[in-house]
Ligand binder design. Structure first.
Ligand SMILES: Cc1cc2nc3c(=O)[nH]c(=O)nc-3n(C[C@H](O)[C@H](O)[C@H](O)COP(=O)(O)O)c2cc1C
Length: 196
């Protein structure tokens, strides 16, 4: 039993290291949800925040993953940083990101991305064509021309994965991977070493 050790803090350190070392996909988080039939869905999102609660990302409120998170809060996510020879899995529940953080992240978005969110077309819904999207986007850009700031779209939402499980896999050529597995309990994080 390791009471003080926080694998989430360790995750944050590794993430900063990945950014420093310019891992090609340092911010990519392969994020899995389940639908109501318990079928898994996995896709890439970008890590936006890491703090003592968990790992945050943003998405569109009308998309499938947001619906799936409403049905089941249990999710799993994975990063893979080859320069560091490391895979990290995070499992747990998602919680909404705080409004103040969502607002801060919104301000950093490029204007075009803000406009796209403001259109409110449900993410992953079929559209007539790519040109249709561009037309809708430029029509909205005309509407907003000259106006300084685009207000926070109600379709721009953030979630935080609050891990109950974290596994650091240190990859080794000979398949002799070191797998450090942590599970959160009422007494703190329990560490186990897993067979590669
Ligand atoms: C590099 C990369 C980064 C992405 N980042 C995000 C993101 O941060 N949020 C998001 O909603 N979708 C992001 N996407 C798109 C998703 O992978 C996915 O296609 C989209 O969110 C629809 O997923 P859904 O239908 O399961 O909801 C990203 C895709 C790529 C390739």
């Amino acid at each position: 039993m390791q009471k003080k050790y926080s694998p989430l803090k360790q995750f944050n350190l590794y993430w900063k290291e990945a950014l420093r070392k310019k891992e090609p996909n340092a911010e990519y988080l392969y994020f899995a949800t389940a639908d109501r039939k318990k079928r898994p869905h996995v896709r890439t999102v970008l890590i936006k925040t890491v703090d003592k609660k968990g790992v945050g990302f943003v998405t569109q409120s009308l998309g499938p993953k947001t619906g799936q998170m409403r049905q089941s809060k249990y999710v799993e996510a994975c990063v893979n940083w080859p320069k560091m020879k490391m895979q990290i899995r995070l499992g747990g529940k998602v919680a909404p990101m705080s409004n103040s953080v969502v607002k801060k992240l919104w301000k950093k978005r490029p204007r075009e991305a803000q406009l796209l969110y403001s259109l409110g077309i449900p993410q992953s819904s079929p559209i007539p064509s790519y040109e249709y999207l561009l037309r809708r986007l430029s029509a909205l850009a005309v509407q907003w021309r000259g106006k300084r700031k685009i207000p926070l779209s109600k379709y721009y939402v953030g979630f935080v994965i609050e891990p109950e499980m974290i596994e650091f896999l240190h990859h080794s050529q000979a398949r002799l991977n070191l797998r450090e597995h942590y599970r959160k309990t009422s007494k703190g994080w329990m560490k186990t070493i897993l067979a590669p």
